[in-house]
Design a protein around this ligand. Structure first.
Ligand code: KMH
Ligand code: ZN
Length: 274
């Protein structure tokens, strides 16, 4: 079978304000439209953060459920909900995200400094979230912001069994101020420390987006791009739409002779429930 590249789009995030970034998709209509464009450009997974009526990040259960349903109706994308939310969200609200019935969710494997804030993921929270993914048949994607998070991932898998779907897929989130740097040598060190058989994507935040993308393709990894992670397409040139980031990732994947994975291929690859 020909090698392919899984492309995930993270279109919104919880950190940027609509007032500062008018192209950010924050309403349900904007998100669905973005998801359609990104699917056409080569994405197979959408990593979702939801906003409220004032465009502020929210984990409101009704909005989350409506969003999952709308994305399923409008696209074939795998719907992965963020359980990271915003740094201000409570553990209880973050655990409740799974009740919206997504295909997958993020599961961050440790606490990390996050710019001037702290993104909290203490061990008991990680374990409880992992247990609920198994019980509720949601495929977790292990978010790794630092090398120490990989040690926590080993501990989680050793002590608490295999993930739902039977496959360990990770995302190296690189270049966050406080986490691991977004460069090739750190990426290689992280990949070498992953559990045997795990697959991985990489995300370079801010100006590390391109170096991380090239390093990931060279090292056989998959890609995550989107306005959650990068607001600048090139120096002095803001991103105008998520689809242009997906389009560039797809072009580079094609050039690397590993074209984008389709959503049905990605479902099988990740072990997502039919
Ligand atoms: N917004 C960050 C605090 C995730 O989606 O799981 C956490 C985050 C990771 O974005
Ligand atoms: Zn996120």
């Amino acid at each position: 079978m020909r090698a392919t590249t899984l492309i995930t789009v993270a279109p919104t995030g919880a950190e940027s304000a609509k007032a500062d970034v008018p192209a950010l998709p924050v309403t349900l209509d904007e998100l669905v439209q973005t998801a359609r464009e990104c699917e056409a450009a080569g994405a197979a997974v959408v990593h979702v953060h939801v906003r409220d009526g004032d465009a502020r990040p929210t984990l409101d259960p009704v909005r989350l459920r409506d969003t999952v349903q709308a994305l399923r109706e409008a696209t074939g994308l795998i719907v992965q909900l963020s359980t990271g939310g915003a740094v201000t969200d409570s553990y209880e609200d973050r655990l409740r995200v799974l009740e919206a019935g997504p295909d997958g969710c993020s599961l961050t494997c440790g606490t990390v400094n996050f710019g001037d804030e702290v993104f909290m993921n203490p061990w008991p929270f990680m374990v409880e979230l992992y247990r609920r993914t198994q019980e509720m048949e949601v495929v977790p994607e292990f978010e790794l912001f630092d090398l120490g998070h990989i040690a926590a991932l080993h501990r989680l898998l050793d002590g608490h069994g295999a993930p739902y779907g039977g496959h360990v897929h990770c995302d190296l989130v690189m270049g966050v101020p406080g986490g691991m740097p977004g460069d090739a040598r750190t990426l290689v060190a992280a990949v070498e420390a992953l559990p045997a058989g795990a697959t991985w994507s990489a995300t370079g935040v801010g100006r590390t987006s391109l170096p991380v993308m090239y390093a990931a393709l060279a090292a056989g990894g998959h890609l995550r791009v989107g306005m959650e992670d990068t607001l600048t397409y090139a120096k002095g040139r803001p991103v105008t739409a998520n689809a242009e980031l997906v389009d560039r990732a797809a072009t580079l994947a094609d050039l690397a002779q590993r074209p984008p994975m389709t959503a049905p291929q990605a479902r099988e690859f990740l072990g997502v429930k039919e």
